[in-house]
Structure formats: C-alpha cells, structure tokens
Design a protein. Structure first.
Length: 233
C-alpha cells in the first residue's frame, strides 16, 4: 500500500510540474508585401490607406513626366531639383476626373557655386547625377513646427472629381505635413539605360496627411523613377 501511495504521489507531482510549465507560443510569420514594377519604365505600385494605385507610364491613360531646375541664392546657383509627375484624366469637361502624383527628389548640390554661367558643365553632368543616387535610405522632407527636415523626398497626391460638387469623391495627400520618424524611403535598385539615364527603384513605407480631414494614412509600395541627364540650355 505504501509503495502504491508513493507511486501515486510521484505521478501527481509530475503532472503538476508539467501543468506549471510555460508554453512558448509559435513565432509569428511576418507578412511581406511586395509591389513589383516594370523594370524599364517609370511606374508606381502603392497603397495609401484603402486606396490602391497601379501606375505605368504611357499605359491606361497614365502619363509620366520628369523635370529639373536649378535654384540660386543671392544670384549664385546652389542646387538642382528633380521632379517627377504621374497624371491621368478620365472623362471630359465637368465630368472629368483628374489624378496627379508629384514627387520631388533630394536637392543635388552644385559642386562649383562660383560658376555663374548656368551651364554647370563641371558640376552637373551624367557621372555626377548617377553618383548622387546611391542604394540606401533617404530622408523625407518634413515641415512641422517641432520637426523640420529641409532636404529629402516629398510627395503630393491629388484627385479631383469635377462633377462632384460636394467634393466627397476628391482627395489629396501630402508627406511634408506629418512626422516621418520611423518611415522608409529606400533606393533598392539602379538600372542604367541608353542615353545617359537610369531607373531608380524605391521601396517606401511612410505616412501621408489627408488634406480633407487631416487623417494620417500609411503609404507603402514601390516607385520607379527615370533620371536622365540633360544639360541646361
């Protein structure tokens, strides 16, 4: 009998110890969202909140455009800015819906500020442009009272439904009006093409502020931009 009781006590002890052991939960699997784009065209594949945009230049009515300009201080050139836009119009007249994405790249310093010829041959050329964009993370411009970042990427989005007087079908977003701490704008791929140009592919995960109600939305996806050297006339 004593032997049986000892055996029973041992079994109960094992069960109790087993019951008090912590069970390690399985490691959660991260959900990776990929947004591939055509490797040889300006394109965008992003989501802003619940809005999804799949854009390819010269396809489905989307037009892409690249511009650049120089800025001066006290009459002396200081930096060059590159702008990219994606635009689309559907319908006509008052039934038209216009959508526009505008992206401003970081400011490219002019290496020789004493050259006031505005030709910039020594500082603005294809090697300088190509070497300015390197793989890695870039800041986003921010214009807030308690957070100000002068040099970085900036993006503006707008859609106007001209047939909707209430404006309920129109919207706008801007990246400069919200804190971008913890955001990502990363250059992940560079592909050179003919004619002194290249495509730069960026993976982004940042925040935007709605112009209508100030709501902060997450913007995530892939943007591919064409940079091509063209001398200033």
């Amino acid at each position: 009998m004593k032997t049986y009781l000892k055996y029973l006590s041992f079994v109960l002890a094992v069960v109790l110890v087993g019951c008090t052991q912590e069970v390690t939960p399985p490691t959660p699997v991260a959900v990776v969202r990929t947004y591939p784009v055509n490797p040889t065209v300006s394109a965008m594949n992003i989501s802003i909140g619940d809005k999804n945009f799949n854009i390819e230049g010269n396809k489905d009515g989307w037009e892409g455009r690249a511009l650049r300009s120089w800025r001066a201080k006290a009459g002396v050139p200081t930096y060059i800015e590159h702008f990219h836009t994606f635009g689309k119009n559907t319908g006509e007249g008052t039934n038209r819906i216009g959508t526009m994405f505008s992206i401003r790249s970081p400011k490219m310093p002019i290496i020789d500020p004493e050259d006031t010829s505005f030709q910039f041959a020594k500082s603005y050329n294809y090697p300088a442009l190509f070497n300015f964009f390197k793989k890695g993370s870039y800041p986003l411009e921010v214009n807030l009272q308690d957070e100000y970042v002068f040099d970085g990427f900036a993006m503006m989005v707008s859609q106007t439904d001209y047939s909707d007087i209430s404006g309920s079908n129109s919207f706008g977003y801007i990246t400069e009006g919200v804190s971008q701490k913890g955001s990502k704008w990363e250059l992940i791929k560079i592909e050179e093409v003919y004619g002194q140009g290249f495509y730069a592919t960026f993976a982004i995960d940042c925040k935007t502020k709605a112009s209508k109600d100030g709501k902060i939305e997450r913007m995530v996806g892939t943007i591919q931009l064409e940079y091509r050297y063209r001398p200033f006339d």
